[in-house]
Write a protein that binds this ligand. Sequence first.
Ligand SMILES: Cc1cc2nc3c(=O)[nH]c(=O)nc-3n(C[C@H](O)[C@H](O)[C@H](O)COP(=O)(O)O)c2cc1C
Length: 325
Amino acid sequence: MLRIGSLQLNHWVVLAPMAGITNLPFRLMVKGQGAALVFTEMVSAKGLTLKQARTMGYLKTDPMERPLAAQIFGSEPLVMAKAAELIWDMGLDVLDINVGCPVKRVTKTGAGAALLASPEQLIRITREVRRAWPGPLTAKLRAGWKRPELVAPEIAKQLEEAGVDALTIHPRYAKDGLSGKSDWSIIRRVKASVSIPVIGNGDVFRPEDAIKMKETTGCDGVMIGRGAIGNPWIFRQIRDMGAGTKPIKPDLKERREFIVRHFQLLSKFTGQERAARMMRGLLFWYTKGLPHSGRFRGSIGRIKDIKSLHQAMDTYFAALEDQPQ
Ligand SMILES: Cc1cc2nc3c(=O)[nH]c(=O)nc-3n(C[C@H](O)[C@H](O)[C@H](O)COP(=O)(O)O)c2cc1C
């Protein structure tokens, strides 16, 4: 089991923060499949302190998804601390500092992965946030800014000293974006450098990958990002595997019901038109690897509301059910 400060989780597998993806409906769907902890997408500390409506919207929550970790990014210690106070007042469970976002819009302000190249500033931020946030505090970092400058093990030590309760390591360099393969040996090195729990992240696409990451690196938790898009069942399957039972794949009925439920939640959260737009993107993932998904994708563009979603799925799933299983 994974423990983050005072928070005892009921398992060690967690959902990664993903901008544009891990909104409240997505988190609720994944939570229902067994993720022990879910993260918001990264939220601008500055936007929060300015109470920008859009920024505040990222922190909307629901009792069903708790515990929830809110991830913030920023480069100014006092602004980050103020954001932490605001999030504490909202009653959220875990606060996570983004030390990994490689996107220029973020790094050019000195935030995200740029902090890997300015460890003193990162530690100043962490100390201020620690003062402002009494609850479980985490940070999510990459291996370093650019290879071969591996700074994560040393930075992890400093973060621990500054009061962070657990760390996530995504072992790629900022300059590498999401290309190549994550280097899990770095997870092991970070784990060896600290005594707080370490969550490993990177390229877990099958339940076996999660078990393997835990076994080969000694990490305390496993975080899944892209592997959960269109495949929320991975969390349940990992729990099954860990418990020694055979992981069960969702059948067509479950898959279909899941898609509809996701659309309904999205509609409630953002309105039907926006939900349809988001769902068109997600359906690509939900049908990945299924027979004739290419043909189905042709009809995805016509989905505008729940009725057209049902129509598209009626045609596709009826054809699938006719397939020999
Ligand atoms: C679309 C997308 C958005 C992401 N947004 C964030 C983010 O807001 N904060 C963050 O720390 N990482 C973000 N990441 C990185 C993931 O959390 C994760 O570290 C990375 O995808 C590697 O894990 P994976 O191989 O399981 O996907 C994002 C990744 C993707 C694909």
